[in-house]
Ligand binder design. Structure first.
Ligand code: DAH
Length: 340
């Protein structure tokens, strides 16, 4: 019997609890009416007389111990309710919370859009799945133009009329069909081309398209608008040049270069030794395109331009591999923390 008391004593002393339930179980086991201690008091009656003194003393000690332990555990539980297993709030975010970063593609988009918004351009958007009319025909692409080829375009389903847009110029058409001049709009968006993925090409990328239509808009207006953009984006001293080029939807067409310089070896590499860097395509909207969109080319004229966002971001942030923009590697993205 005495050995039993000692075992209980040890059990109580070593008890640790994690919750209210544990505490209640302890009370039920030892202190409740049918618990171990009241039962021992009942058993006390049958203890042989010569052992009664020692047993009684030990039993009283055990009762005191159990009661003290109970109130100790009660206070402990109260002061640390948050630590109780039942009270853990799994929805509380861990601390400190890490802030995300803007994606470099988004940073460039926001900056370019902001520059044009300051001179009265508004943002317009169009669908990523386009029909042949908005992506090609209305933009003066002849039926046999190679850009319509399977090799360049992702078709959607079996109907050759639907494809993923290959450029944001499709948004120009939608805006001209739905708005009356004057039109000043900038259209950022995602475009798709069937190209092998490499450091310099991807099948998904982003473009920003610009369109300005009004009476008496001239090539000089285009040049000055693009010079303003280049100086806002690349710096106030930036020089530009326009080289003749060809796009089905503009006539005349040009490509704009900015002067990058030839100070470092990298400058030589990026500009192929010329110091000049191509940054966008542009031109006067072809009268055929205006006609297709319901705008009278005898009354109105305008210019358009288009640039690749990833390409621009690669120059601005010295990113050497285009694929980095799409992999969402945190080590890459974290480098832009300070940039916005
Ligand atoms: N759509 C052209 C492309 O995908 C870019 C472009 C060039 C857009 C000239 C224009 C433009 O609006 O005038 O490469």
């Amino acid at each position: 019997m005495l050995k039993k008391l000692e075992d209980y004593e040890k059990q109580i002393q070593e008890l640790v609890i994690a919750s209210k339930d544990d505490l209640e179980n302890f009370r039920l086991q030892f202190l409740s009416k049918k618990g171990i201690i009241p039962q021992l008091f009942t058993a006390f009656r049958d203890v042989p007389n010569e052992q009664k003194k020692e047993f009684g003393q030990k039993l009283n000690e055990l009762k005191d111990l159990a009661e003290t332990k109970f109130s100790e555990l009660q206070t402990e539980l109260k002061s640390s309710t948050k630590k109780g297993a039942d009270d853990i709030d799994l929805t509380v975010p861990p601390f400190p919370t890490e802030l995300g970063t803007r994606h470099p593609v988004n940073m460039v988009r926001r900056e370019v859009v902001g520059i044009f918004e300051r001179i009265g351009f508004t943002v317009s958007e169009g669908p990523e799945i386009e029909d042949d009319w908005h992506n090609f025909s209305a933009l003066n692409f002849p039926p046999e133009h190679p850009a319509r080829d399977m090799q360049d375009t992702f078709f959607v389903g079996k109907d050759p009329d639907f494809a993923l847009r290959t450029h944001t110029s499709s948004v120009q058409v939608r805006v001209m069909e739905n708005q009356k001049p004057p039109i000043r709009t900038i259209s950022p968006g995602r475009v798709f081309r069937n190209e092998a993925i490499s450091a310099r090409a991807h099948c998904i990328f982003h473009q920003i398209e610009g369109l300005y239509i009004d009476k008496n808009v001239s090539f000089a207006d285009m040049k000055d608008t693009l010079l303003y953009f280049a100086r806002e984006f690349y710096g106030p001293e930036t020089k530009i040049r326009l080289r003749p080029s060809y796009f089905p939807f503009t006539e005349p067409s040009a490509e704009m270069d900015v002067y990058w310089g030839l100070e470092t070896e990298a400058d030589y590499r990026i500009t192929k030794g010329t110091g000049w860097l191509e940054v966008l395509g542009c031109g006067m909207v072809d009268p055929n395109v205006l006609k297709s969109c319901g705008i009278d080319p005898e009354i109105y004229s305008g210019f358009a331009f288009g640039m690749g966002i990833e390409r621009t971001a690669m120059l601005k942030y010295q990113v050497k591999d285009l694929r980095l923009f799409f992999e969402n590697d945190k080590r890459f993205l974290d480098q832009f923390k300070a940039a916005y």
